[in-house]
Write a protein that binds this ligand. Structure first.
Ligand code: MSP
Length: 515
């Protein structure tokens, strides 16, 4: 039977500067979902990439005394290195400066123009340069950009416009018929109230005040608005063109899930669906607007000097510790917080104490009491059933949570099993059983149950902490990733190694956080 497909995308990161841990969070989150869907047997296509055009990037390149192309090449390279460092299992990496992408964007723009969705006019408005967006007075928040809070300036230019309002009714109907289209629902309601109900304004979709963009081929003084260019990546890079589409496109489109930050939900649930309707294409099944990761409850920014970078963090704490922290910390709808202090607390309490300890204690006992050979002696007691049931429910719990975009809760359900296993050690007291000759089979059963709990947990952890999961499988000396309790596994030649050495917080802070 053919596998069901699952096409998942992340937002494509601006190549204006090196991404911080907040940007990385989105990629780790999407990676966990992609890995989980693969584990469940889906044919997954996971795309990420870089958004490389626009005035801001042109200005940054100038400051760096580089051509825009040189500048974006260097940052895009750095972004890809960071994604690789963090073990992101993307299948495709798109760059909006890819020749192929640019060509198709031109075709898309022309099609819109020819079919009357786009017309030429003049734009007067309030413009936010960093966000590359025009706003009306009523959209501003305290007179500032509603997206980034910076100052806006009056600007006017000859430009092309997209008549979004032609599609309002169809868009609202789609929302109504697909109540799961936007997660969380509150973000959709916000968009309906703030942007759709007051009447969708015609969207300015070209710029002529700078030239670092995709030229409008029939009017090359203009470049295509960066959001039209950027959003198209989801289809251009899988083989869409206006008159002919690849097999890959036919197979994977519509996307099953666009993962984007809450600040860019408007572009993904208003402009993007309208573009797709204008192209006559089906709309994505789900857009998840995730919350943000804040530094000490504050937005990370260069000017505040509070940016944390993924490579610095990974070099200090390890890749999986950072993946764990981010995934655990940010909820489905609520922002998360990151500081060194919090990372160390979480590392010690969850990774070292709960996970590391369980694996280490269990394998060490198996080695000590049975020379590393454990099979199921099947001397069961009442206390085993709750643990075994939790192991058997784990896959479904993780799956339900992931489908609801509750990724932190999904990870937590694995840790619930690990915590329950530690408690099971306290309850069964293997060291006491070891002293009694007639309890050897019971002891073996206890260790067997624990090893199965670790094995199933490690299988699911492969989505969240891939490196650690592999290490655990090596220590268990098995390749069996069955997602339920097995009656007749055999464990032999296991070796216990410390997975997460505890961090001495005071010492760490003394050594690393001195002003
Ligand atoms: N280039 C656009 C996206 C175009 S998608 C067709 C963009 N780029 S970005 O580099 O500014 O942001 C990339 C992603 O990171 C966005 O989804 C954004 O919401 C997310 N985040 C930016 N700061 C973040 C945090 N502090 N925390 C979590 N996500 C954050 O927007």
């Amino acid at each position: 039977m053919e596998k069901e497909k699952f096409y998942i995308t992340t937002a494509i990161a601006y190549t204006s500067s090196k991404p911080h841990i907040g940007n990385m969070y989105e990629i780790i989150l999407s990676d966990a979902i992609a890995r989980f869907k693969r584990l469940e047997g889906y044919d997954v296509l996971f795309q990420t990439g870089t958004d490389e055009h626009g005035e801001k990037i042109q200005l940054k390149a100038k400051e760096a005394l580089l051509t825009p192309q040189e500048y974006v090449d260097s940052i895009a390279g750095e972004i890809r290195r960071l994604w690789d460092l963090m073990n992101i299992s993307y299948d495709k990496f798109v760059r909006t400066t890819d020749e192929h992408h640019e060509k198709i964007v031109q075709h898309i723009f022309k099609k819109f123009y020819e079919q009357g969705d786009i017309y030429k006019g003049e734009y007067k408005g309030l413009y936010c340069t960093p966000c590359e967006s025009f706003f009306t007075e009523s959209q501003l928040v305290d007179g500032r950009c509603p997206d980034c809070g910076r100052e806006v300036k009056e600007a006017s230019e000859e430009a092309y416009f997209f008549k979004l309002s032609n599609y309002t009714d169809r868009l609202l109907k789609y929302y109504e018929e697909n109540p799961d289209f936007v997660v969380p629902v509150s973000r959709k309601n916000e968009m309906i109230n703030n942007f759709i109900k007051p009447g969708l304004q015609d969207l300015c979709v070209s710029r002529s005040s700078f030239d670092w963009g995709v030229p409008v081929d029939f009017d090359p003084k203009h470049v295509v608005y960066v959001w039209i260019d950027a959003l198209s990546n989801y289809i251009t890079n899988i083989g869409y063109d206006v008159d002919v589409q690849s097999e890959e496109f036919k197979k994977y489109w519509p996307a099953d899930l666009h993962v984007v930050g809450k600040d860019i939900i408007r572009f993904h649930i208003i402009y993007w669906p309208i573009m797709l309707m204008a192209l006559g294409l089906p709309l994505p099944k789900k857009v998840y607007g995730h919350p943000w990761l804040l530094f000490n409850n504050d937005k990370m920014s260069k000017s505040k000097g509070n940016i944390m970078y993924p490579d610095d963090l990974a070099n200090t704490f390890g890749v999986d510790a950072i993946r764990y922290y981010c995934l655990h910390e940010v909820g489905m709808a609520n922002d998360g917080n990151i500081t060194y202090d919090l990372i160390i607390d979480r590392y010690n309490s969850d990774l070292a104490n709960v996970l590391g300890n369980l694996v280490n204690r269990t394998i060490s006992m198996a080695n000590k009491y049975f020379g590393g050979f454990v099979n199921n002696a099947k001397v069961n007691e009442e206390v085993d059933s709750e643990l075994i049931q939790m192991i058997n429910n784990l896959h479904e719990n993780v799956s339900k949570n992931i489908d609801n975009m509750e990724i932190s809760a999904a990870l937590e359900s694995v840790f619930d099993v690990l915590r329950r296993s530690n408690k099971y050690i306290d309850e069964t007291m293997p060291w006491a059983l070891a002293k009694e000759e007639d309890k050897q089979d019971r002891l073996k059963t206890v260790l067997y149950n624990l090893l199965e709990a670790i094995r199933v947990s490690a299988s699911l952890l492969s989505c969240f902490l891939p490196e650690t999961s592999e290490k655990i499988f090596k220590q268990l000396n098995t390749l069996d990733k069955t997602l339920s309790f097995k009656e007749d596994s055999v464990y032999e030649n296991m070796n216990a190694e410390v997975l997460f050495a505890r961090i001495d917080k005071d010492k760490f802070i003394e050594e690393n956080c001195q002003n």
